[in-house]
Design a protein around this ligand. Structure first.
Ligand SMILES: [Zn+2]
Length: 568
């Protein structure tokens, strides 16, 4: 069904019929403001009333009733009617771990992925430069010389003819190398204290690619920093544009809520301006960047809540370790593919514990990034200590972000401490080609172990960690249910015992995500009194074959009973 086929019938006011039906809110609203949506099916995520075919909400976008079309049309005869035809409606999808500004910045860069020649890269950059702010650095991402006829690294000279003066900086597809033009290298060279890029020295952990002692324009790993630090920080207009783009892309993908993990003071101020101006098409539950001033702000001023209901500061995001791909995740034993390396802690455990205690004492929910089994254990030990102390709230719902590799004996501690596992299904399918190399077969028992958490009764909130993974939650549903890449590999799925059902995956992106941010009285389900945040899908995610979950079409995204995105 196409969205333009949605029938919108506007009716004039008379009166509503408050009835004693079970699924109904108390207050009788002005009938002219009431809307009744009908669809082939509505999955409510409300255990007392899991499926319906109609839903009514008031002018404020609060759900009044959920039931059958006949029932609700009888009860609200004057209501505006919206017929979604054969479509399936589900609660608005919530990404429980993501980075809106990061997505916005990614969207502000030229997309070079899939380009099959340097000429195509330059063509795409010219088109991009025409729309980018004049004079600004041209940044891009996604080139891969393996796709080009010559299959060799490019050079600055390849870019200089098209861009003689404007600095150009292009990250390779894997993010581990970048390609600069001569203007970018000149800017890097002009920085105070910069060492000459030419010569025979190399930075620790990186490589300046040279020919005959001259930098060619390609910088690998830590050497990328030598040029990156010359890029001016984004100004206010750039940041505003980045957020705007991220929000549009998010709602187009069916997201009605994002738990933004690591919001700085500056980011929050920008989001507040958007909220004030009515420019937030979805709900942001923000977690303050707890390592900096934001946690201090939370303790001083309390949790922020915008009166419009679309922006709230929920807690603090802390970090303990790095990531598995770069062997930065802190492990209890050596990396299987690098003896002697156990990863690294990005926070000193004492400083981390102090931040956790401070958050507890301010009544702030804590969300900690932990990837490796050592990182997770430190978080569990720290939480256990803090939660046993004075001032801990019974319903704290402290979160472990990623909870990616957990020692099997530590898994039950999540349940005992009443923690939330906030996990990203696409991380498993992105990491599966090399995760066993890093960890060996035994440690995989507690890796990406969604099913084990659920079986232990640990709430599982799902997200994408965009822009690390793609923003599209359909890919998360697909990965959760198949544990396969999009080509259907490996057959049967990777560590298939950990697969989720479609219903569990959908719950992770709706009701459980909402609960993880203490938002369950507002969103995550479609029930009287909650917000009319929902997504119209062409097919039923609980009925299509698992392999088709990534092909569901988002027809429309609604927030507060208003469409914020319509396909077409
Ligand atoms: Zn993240």
């Amino acid at each position: 069904m196409r969205l333009r086929a949605l029938v919108l019938v506007l009716a004039v006011a008379a009166c509503a019929f408050p009835s004693a039906a079970p699924a109904q809110a108390d207050a009788a609203p002005a009938a002219d403001a009431v809307a009744v949506l009908t669809a082939a099916r509505i999955h409510t995520q409300d255990p007392s009333h899991p499926q319906a075919t109609a839903m009514a909400w008031d002018g404020e976008g609060r759900i009044l009733a959920v039931g059958t079309a006949a029932e609700l049309r009888r009860r609200y005869p004057q209501a505006r009617r919206i017929d979604a035809g054969k479509a399936t409606v589900v609660p608005g999808l919530i990404d429980a771990h993501a980075h809106l500004m990061g997505l916005g910045y990614a969207l502000m860069r030229a997309d070079l992925s899939g380009a099959t020649s340097k000429a195509e890269v330059i063509e795409r950059l010219r088109a991009f430069a025409a729309t980018a702010p004049a004079g600004a650095w041209i940044e891009g991402r996604g080139w891969d010389q393996n796709r080009w006829p010559e299959q060799a690294f490019p050079t600055a000279a390849d870019l200089d003819a098209a861009f003689p003066d404007r600095p150009v900086w292009l990250e390779r597809i894997d993010g581990h190398a970048a390609w600069a033009n001569s203007a970018a290298m000149r800017a890097a060279q002009a920085l105070e204290g910069a060492r000459p890029l030419d010569g025979d020295w190399q930075p620790q952990g990186g490589q300046i690619v040279r020919e005959g002692g001259r930098a060619t324009g390609v910088f690998v790993d830590a050497a990328m920093r030598l040029v990156e630090r010359a890029i001016p920080p984004p100004d206010a207009a750039y940041r505003e544009q980045a957020l705007e783009r991220a929000l549009q892309v998010a709602v187009a993908n069916g997201l009605t809520g994002v738990h933004d993990m690591g919001v700085s003071r500056e980011d929050l101020a920008l989001m507040r301006r958007f909220a004030d101006a009515g420019r937030l098409p979805l709900r942001i539950s923000a977690y303050a960047d707890g390592d900096r001033e934001a946690l201090a702000d939370l303790c001083e001023h309390g949790l922020y809540r915008h009166p419009g209901g679309r922006l709230q500061m929920k807690g603090a995001k802390l970090f303990i370790d790095g990531a598995l791909g770069s062997r930065g995740a802190a492990l209890l034993a050596d990396y299987s593919d690098e003896p002697g390396n156990r990863g690294l802690l990005v926070s000193d455990p004492q400083a981390y514990a102090a931040a956790v205690i401070k958050a507890r004492d301010c009544g702030v929910q804590v969300a900690s990034h932990a990837i490796g089994d050592r990182g997770n254990r430190i978080v569990l030990d720290t939480y256990a200590h803090a939660l046993a102390g004075q001032g801990a709230r019974a319903d704290h719902r402290w979160r472990v972000e990623h909870a990616q590799v957990v020692a099997p004996e530590d898994l039950p501690r999540f349940a005992r401490l009443r923690l939330v596992a906030s996990m990203q299904p696409t991380h498993a399918t992105s990491d599966m080609p090399w995760a066993e190399d890093r960890l060996g077969p035994e440690r995989l028992a507690g890796a990406y172990a969604w099913r084990r958490f659920l079986d232990l009764g640990v709430p599982l909130a799902l997200g994408s960690d965009f822009p690390v993974e793609q923003v599209d939650p359909r890919l998360g549903l697909y990965a959760a249910v198949t544990r396969q890449d999009r080509a259907g590999q490996p057959p049967g799925g990777w560590l298939p015992g950990q697969r989720l059902s479609a219903a569990e995956a959908l719950r992770g992106f709706t009701a459980e995500a909402a609960r993880a941010a203490h938002d369950e009285a507002e969103v995550g389900r479609l029930a009287p009194g909650l917000r009319a945040d929902f997504v119209v899908l062409d097919r039923d995610p609980l009925a299509v074959p698992a392999a088709a979950l990534d092909e569901l079409q988002v027809r429309a995204t609604w927030v507060d009973g208003q469409p914020v995105h319509t396909a077409d």
